[in-house]
Design a protein around this ligand. Structure first.
Ligand SMILES: [Zn+2]
Length: 352
């Protein structure tokens, strides 16, 4: 796992967890591969073997890596007592067969949805929706990084039933990977970046999707792509995915202002026009919606431009983050405003 906040060495962290060293509270979380659980360094549970341990710098990254919070050391609970409603919501999310807890489910449990959600948000600083999304995506993507076919990944790992993994994958990606060989495929790979985990999808035509995995509406985009391309999504490798990962790491290192990986965005003619125009905004620069509309010859249409902007599924490589309000302020970015801010700053810093 990589991250903006660099971790101590594995050896240091393993030693800290062996000693249950409280000085490392909040510095890292221990992810135990055999149980699928993440813990504080001070957890009283039996010490895992070094080869079964992974480390995450933040709770979100542990969730995105497919781990759930330990019930003994409660790594998501910052010392304050956990409100029972919050506890109930978390348990409901773990137990939900399809990974989704609806208002109806909550009411059936005797929980008032609005209150429960508000409490969850104020306690965790993340909405219950975002939490569930992180869990679903994390489980589904747990092994989608090595480029190995799913079946091989399952054989490598003894800890989880094949069906459990398939279900988690199917929940997010729609079709079980079983028998996927015969259908048209989009290959999926997760890529770690300093701003969080990204999901990349490609076929021979080009890169189809590149998004931060906690992006709002990602699951809707996956459904749309599957329908439009009549394909299934399977974890795997592709030269274009390797190339994307390489260019991303150069971009974040500050040595690549322009992406030139082959793209094949799926969208209407109008959307394609807007996306092409976005690619003409130089790195380190920004443009307003009105200016975009003017360049596209639709002066009355900054809103339409905004919508096409928001439907871009190729984050960073089609730089929709470079469009800002006329007064210079930032607005909506599905990957989160803090990311938009960081991306613009990063590009300004490295612009020639
Ligand atoms: Zn624990």
């Amino acid at each position: 796992m990589t991250s903006a906040s660099p971790l101590p060495t594995r050896r240091t962290m393993y030693r800290a967890l062996s000693r249950r060293d409280a000085a490392y509270e909040g510095v890292f979380y221990t992810c135990v591969k055999t149980t699928g659980i993440f813990c504080r360094p001070t957890c009283k549970a039996k010490r895992p073997k070094p080869e079964n341990v992974d480390f995450a710098p933040t709770v979100t990254e542990a969730l995105h890596a497919g781990f759930r919070p330990c019930r003994m050391c409660r790594p998501m609970d910052a010392g304050k007592p956990v409100p029972s409603l919050v506890e109930k919501l978390r348990r409901a999310a773990e137990d939900a067969a399809d990974g989704r807890v609806t208002d109806k489910d909550l009411i059936a449990m005797g929980v008032e949805p609005t209150t429960a959600r508000r409490q969850f948000k104020s306690y965790h600083g993340m909405t219950f929706h975002a939490y569930q999304r992180a869990r679903r995506m994390g489980l589904a993507l747990r092994d989608v990084k090595s480029g190995k076919p799913v079946i091989e990944v399952q054989l490598d790992r003894g800890y989880e039933s094949t069906s459990g993994f398939r279900e988690a994958f199917a929940r997010v990606f729609g079709a079980p990977p079983r028998g996927a060989k015969d259908a048209a495929c989009l290959l999926a790979r997760r890529i770690e970046t300093p701003l969080g985990t990204m999901l990349a999808l490609a076929d021979d035509q080009g890169l189809r999707l590149l998004e931060f995995v906690d992006r709002r509406g990602l699951e809707r985009e996956l459904v749309m792509l599957r329908r439009r391309l009549k394909c299934v999504i399977v974890p795997g490798n592709h030269a274009l995915l390797d190339e994307t990962a390489r260019q991303l790491s150069e971009y974040f290192a500050g040595s690549r202002p322009v992406f030139d990986v082959k793209l094949a965005p799926v969208g209407s003619d109008f959307q394609q026009r807007v996306w092409n125009e976005l690619r003409r905004i130089p790195s380190g620069r920004t443009r307003s919606y009105a200016e975009m509309a003017k360049r596209l010859g639709i002066p009355q249409g900054p809103r339409a431009v905004g919508r096409a902007n928001g439907s871009n599924m190729l984050a960073l490589v089609i730089p929709c983050h470079r469009v800002i309000n006329a007064d210079g302020s930032l607005n909506g970015y599905a990957g989160g405003l803090w990311r938009k801010q960081r991306l613009i700053e990063h590009e300004q810093k490295h612009a020639k």
